[in-house]
Design a protein around this ligand. Structure first.
Ligand code: TA6
Length: 317
């Protein structure tokens, strides 16, 4: 009998049962009302709530919380392959694996308030799919102002002297009021590959707004990207390090209807803005470690009244 799916936060991290169909939520105690929840399955953050209990991330009402399907929403982690640009399954296997809680994490930076350290190491079966040995550590941290930090450390521990190359993405499904009210600042004038036009390269002309399906990979992006929700009068700010690219994706109506784990109208209330290393990829020699960090925060944006200049948000501290 398939074990029950734990949907409500539990008081402590549980290691998932040996049965691969069980999934366990490993949330953390609230801090000033802010909280997040993460599944050991895929090390998948599925919730990030602000001090008023408002949910900042989108998870589809039709999401399937059962392996081998990846949870539709939250922050899926793509490793060692982004998209279907390679021999592995779409977006790699890290989001379909059971991670474990790292028992003896390193000391926590003082400014953090709550955190969890998760680790993924390849099984012998995994080795057959991707013949490399690695340690992938993910730290999810709640900052003092309720910001959500994800830090990935991937180390090559091959004993055969072989380097490996991977592509990586934090695929942030942001919860928005109405996709028609959204504007992205910080990607203007950048080159992007249009994944809906055979990855042909174009140049972004201005701030990005949404009237149709979008699937674009922006190359060499700045550290900060601002996503302004005019209706909510708030701005998501993504700050990233070690992640030079960004993907912007909204499936719009036709693709929404074609996805079994996504509501037909849900494209109106979500937007994927991703922090990625997908164009050039990352190559590690044995013993080398890569770090990819993103910080998500939300600032009140009186942008529509002209008081908040997103350029200040982007180029400020
Ligand atoms: O990140 C954008 C993207 O690569 C889109 O092309 C679309 O395929 C999306 O990811 C969803 O992928 P998934 O495997 O989660 O259904």
């Amino acid at each position: 009998m398939a074990p029950s799916i734990l949907r409500e936060p539990i008081c402590k991290a549980h290691s998932s049962s040996s049965n691969t169909s069980s999934i366990t939520l490993a949330p953390l105690p609230k801090k000033n009302g802010v909280e997040f929840a993460v599944y050991l399955y895929g090390a998948h953050v599925t919730s990030w709530k602000n001090e008023h209990g408002g949910e900042m991330l989108f998870v589809s009402s039709k999401a399937i919380f059962k392996p081998p399907t990846a949870i539709r929403g939250g922050i899926p982690i793509c490793f060692p392959q982004f998209s279907n640009l390679g021999p592995l399954e779409q977006h790699g296997f890290a989001r379909n694996k059971h991670w474990t809680v790292e028992k003896d994490p390193p000391p926590l930076p003082s400014e953090s308030t709550a955190f969890i350290d998760l680790i993924l190491k390849p099984s012998e079966d995994d080795f057959k799919i991707w013949p490399h040995r690695y340690e992938f550590r993910l730290r999810v941290t709640l900052g003092p102002d309720g910001e959500l930090l994800l830090t990935s450390r991937i180390r090559n521990i091959n004993t055969d002297g072989k380097p490996f190359t991977f592509t990586f993405a934090y695929r942030n499904y942001l919860s928005v009021s109405d996709i028609g009210e959204i504007r992205i600042e910080g990607l203007e004038t950048l080159h992007y590959l249009d994944n809906l036009q055979n990855r042909e390269q174009f140049t972004e002309q201005g701030a990005i707004t949404f009237e149709e399906e979008v699937d674009k990979t922006y190359l060499g992006t700045p550290r900060k990207i601002a996503i302004i929700d005019h209706e909510k009068k708030m701005t998501f700010v993504i700050r990233k390090d070690g992640l030079p690219d960004a993907v912007v994706w909204n499936p719009w109506d036709k693709k929404a209807k074609a996805m079994a784990d996504f509501g037909d109208d849900e494209y109106k209330r979500m937007l994927c803005v991703e922090a990625d290393a997908v164009e050039k990829g990352v190559t590690l020699k044995p013993g080398e470690e890569w770090k990819g960090k993103q910080k998500l925060c939300v600032v009140p944006s009186s942008y529509c009244s002209g008081q908040l200049d997103p350029q200040k948000v982007l180029h400020g501290s």
